[in-house]
Design a protein around this ligand. Structure first.
Ligand code: FAD
Length: 413
C-alpha cells in the first residue's frame, strides 16, 4: 500500500493547483464547512452553474467521462486529485453530485445513442441539473417495493404516485424515476426506468423544511404526468437492473467523502477558546481524552479511505471501504457535533443567526442524521458488511418470486 502520489500523480496535482490558483480563491479554513442549499438560495445555484460552465470551457469538468460525452478521458485518480484540490478552494457547493456521479453513468450504460447525445453534454455543462426520483414514503431501503405507477398510453407513459426525499428537485430540469409497470410480475421484475422533465404539467414539487432550516430535499407528486416512450431508459421491466447501476455509483460517490463537517483541528480550537473550571478547556483531562479518541478514529477513517484510493490508483476496484467509511464517518460526525456544542456550554443550544460561537457544531450535528440515512442507512450498510464481507447468512426473504400485487402491504398496490 502506497499512500503517496506517484510521480505522474504529483505532476497532475501541481497542474490542477496552478489552474485553481488562477481561477479560484483558497477557502478560509475558519469558515463554516457545511453549506445549506435551499430554494431561497437561487444566487448559490447561479454561482454553482457559472463555476461548472467555466470548468467545462477550460476542460476541467467531468474529468473521468469519455471525451465524446463532454468529459476528459482522465483516470479515476486524476478525477480524485482534482476533487481533493478543488475542496480547498472557495467554490460554490456542487449541485451536480447526483447527475455527474450517478445518473450520467447510468445513461452511458443503458441509454440509446439519441439519449446519450441529447442529455450527457448538457449535463456536463451544468445548465440542466438532475435529480433522483427513487425513494417513496413506503420504499427506501426496500426500494424495489415502490408503488408509483407508469401505464403505457400510445407513445407515452402516464405516471401517477409520490416520491420523497428528492434532493434538489426544486431547481432541477430533469429527474430519473423508477416506476412500477407490472404488478403481476415479481417485485424486482415489474419496474421500468424513465427520464422525466421536471417542468411537465402534473408534477408538484414541495420542499421539505429540515431541522437545520434548509430545504435540501422535496416531496414530488405525480398526477397523470405524460412521458414519451423515447425517455424510457432500458427495456420495459428491466428498471431494477438499470437502478442498480445508479445505486452502485451512489455508494462509491458518497462513501469516498469521509463525512464532511468539522475536523479535529476545529475541535481543538473550540476547546482552547472556552473555559472549564477557570482554565482553558483544552487543559481539562476529560476534554483531551475525548479529542484524542476522535483523532484516533479519524485516522482509521483516513487510512481506510486511502486504502481504497491506493487500490484505485493501481487499477483495482475498491472493496467494502466505501460502506465502512460512510458508516463510521456519519456516526462520528454526529458525536463530534454534540461534543462541540457541549464545549460551548449554554451557548451551544443557539444556532443560525442567534449563534454566539462557531456555528459549525450545530450544523454538523443537524446534518449527520441525514448522512446516516442517505445512500444506505447504518443498518443496511451493516447488513452489507456482514453478508458480503464477513460471509454471514442473508436476511430471510418472504417476498421472493411472488407477484408484487400479492405481497402484503399496509396500503393499496
Ligand atoms: C439527505 C438525504 C438525501 C436523500 N436524497 C435522495 C434522493 O435524491 N433521491 C431519492 O430517491 N432518495 C433520497 N434519499 C432517501 C434515502 O435513499 C432513504 O432515506 C434511504 O434509502 C432509507 O430509506 P427510508 O428513509 O425510507 O427508511 P426505511 O427504509 O423505512 O428505514 C427505516 C429504518 O428501518 C431500518 N431498516 C430498514 N430495512 C432494514 C433491514 N432490512 N434491516 C435492518 N434495518 C432496516 C433502517 O435502517 C432505518 O433505521 C435521501 C435521504 C436523505 C437522508
Amino acid at each position: 500500500m502506497d499512500f503517496n502520489d506517484s510521480p505522474e500523480e504529483a505532476t497532475y496535482r501541481a497542474k490542477v493547483r496552478t489552474w485553481l490558483d488562477a481561477n479560484a480563491t483558497l477557502r478560509d479554513p475558519d469558515a463554516s464547512k457545511i453549506n445549506m442549499l435551499d430554494e431561497a438560495e437561487g444566487d448559490l445555484i447561479a454561482k454553482a452553474k457559472a463555476w461548472q460552465a467555466h470548468k467545462t470551457k477550460e476542460g476541467w469538468a467531468c474529468l473521468r467521462w469519455p471525451k465524446e460525452f463532454g468529459g476528459q478521458d482522465a483516470t479515476t485518480m486524476e478525477s480524485v486529485i482534482f476533487g481533493q484540490e478543488e475542496g480547498r478552494y472557495d467554490i460554490p457547493p456542487s449541485i451536480y453530485g447526483i447527475g455527474h456521479g450517478m445518473l450520467g453513468p447510468t445513461i452511458m450504460a443503458h441509454g440509446t445513442d439519441e439519449q446519450k447525445e441529447r442529455f450527457l453534454p448538457s449535463m456536463v455543462k451544468g445548465d440542466e441539473v438532475w435529480c433522483q426520483l427513487f425513494s417513496e414514503p413506503d420504499a427506501g431501503s426496500d426500494l424495489a417495493g415502490l408503488k408509483t405507477s407508469a401505464v403505457k398510453e400510445g407513445d407515452d407513459w402516464v405516471i401517477n404516485g409520490q416520491k420523497i426525499w428528492t434532493t434538489g428537485a426544486q431547481f432541477c430540469k430533469w429527474g430519473m424515476l423508477v416506476a412500477r409497470t407490472d404488478t403481476n410480475a415479481a417485485k424486482h421484475a415489474g419496474l421500468t426506468y424513465f427520464i422525466v422533465d421536471m417542468e411537465d404539467p402534473g408534477i408538484d414539487i414541495r420542499p421539505i423544511k429540515q431541522m437545520n432550516g434548509a430545504s435540501g430535499f422535496n416531496e414530488v407528486f405525480f398526477t397523470d404526468v405524460r412521458t414519451p416512450d423515447t425517455n424510457r431508459l432500458g427495456a420495459v421491466g428491466d428498471g431494477w437492473r438499470v437502478a442498480i447501476t445508479t445505486l452502485m455509483n451512489e455508494r462509491s460517490s458518497i462513501g469516498s467523502g469521509g463525512g464532511g463537517g468539522a475536523g479535529i483541528k476545529d475541535l481543538i480550537k473550540q476547546a482552547q477558546d472556552v473555559e472549564i473550571n477557570g482554565r482553558p478547556g483544552i487543559e481539562d483531562g476529560g476534554v483531551r481524552r475525548k479529542i484524542a479518541d476522535f483523532a484516533v478514529r479519524r485516522s482509521g477513517l483516513k487510512y481506510t479511505g486511502q486504502r481504497g484510493l491506493s487500490a484505485l490508483s493501481q487499477g483495482q476496484t475498491p472493496g467494502p471501504e466505501a460502506s465502512i467509511g460512510k458508516l463510521v464517518a456519519a456516526i462520528m460526525g454526529l458525536e463530534m457535533g454534540a461534543f462541540g456544542m457541549e464545549l460551548q456550554g449554554a451557548a451551544g443550544v443557539l444556532s443560525g443567526d442567534d449563534s454566539l460561537g462557531d456555528p459549525t457544531w450545530q450544523q454538523t450535528y443537524m446534518a449527520m442524521p441525514g448522512l446516516r440515512l442517505a445512500g444506505g442507512t447504518d443498518e443496511i450498510l451493516r447488513n452489507i458488511i456482514s453478508e458480503r464481507v464477513l460471509g454471514m447468512p442473508g436476511e430471510p426473504r418472504i417476498d421472493k418470486g411472488k407477484p408484487f400485487k400479492d405481497i402484503p402491504s399496509g396500503t393499496a398496490r
